[in-house]
Design a protein around this ligand. Sequence first.
Ligand code: TA6
Length: 310
Amino acid sequence: MIKTVTLNAAVDKTYYLDAFLPESVNRAAEVYAVPGGKGLNAARVVHALGGRTQATGIVGGSNGQFIRTGLDAAGIAHDFAETEGESRLCLNFISRETNASTEVLEPGPTIGEAELAQVALKVTDGLTDSDIVILSGSLPKGAPAETYGKLIALIRQSGARAFLDTSGAALVHGLEATPFFIKPNKDEAEALLGISVRDEHEVAATVRHWMAAGIACPIVTLGASGSIAGFGGTCYRVHAPRIEAVNTVGCGDSFVAGMAVAMRGGMPIREALRFATAVGAANALTRHAGEVYESDVLRLTEQVEVTELS
Ligand code: TA6
């Protein structure tokens, strides 16, 4: 089982416009609304890749009901803690003229200790040492910065592997619980370590630092050019395939989902990195966040290069 935890779940609305002009009336040519938030994007991708998944986290109000209904329609199992507030909208405006994407993310509802206690029970319910739990996205208002750290400690007690995809203070405190997998980008890595990282060798040094600290699979993402990953004491340079992106929102979430599916399936690390990188790139070829086609993944996997860094 691959569980996903989205503590600040959203309705993701994507607007395609001929052009996106600030200080003007913009009329959308196309509008899409799907259950969103990084964890739910990851759940959709795990499901699309044939993985067994369950989405949990916190939802509320009519947007929360939309999220539940949307996951039911997609055939994705879910078990959320309910909050009184309204789950947020995350808006993405895409200009057809330039393909530029502008996101506006609402803060979402303020949650309390009761919701956090409820979601902790749902996260650990039935967990075994073969399971993976993906904890993704920003923390909602009211959730202490230590929230992910506490959940990771509970996950580790069950023997399952925790994949953490967040930023800022939530990542700093989450790291203290030694998750199995992290994927900060270069800026987040610099902020975490309080250093400036000039070249790939210095990025690799940060990956080695986190492996030495007990993170089994730390990855620093480098945007369109790929990533530098660590596993089993070895560092790898991963080169992403070149693609014509349609909508890049959700690529990071899809990459995490790909890594979880690969590692849950026992794929060797080089293959897992190629597969997950292809999944992230495949997400950019579709119009919606958290949407991939297996045919794209298979084709793109052949185009991903993984080399060992000495
Ligand atoms: O990564 C894309 C995305 O999941 C969007 O779909 C939107 O839901 C946003 O990120 C939420 O980000 P946050 O960090 O606030 O959880």
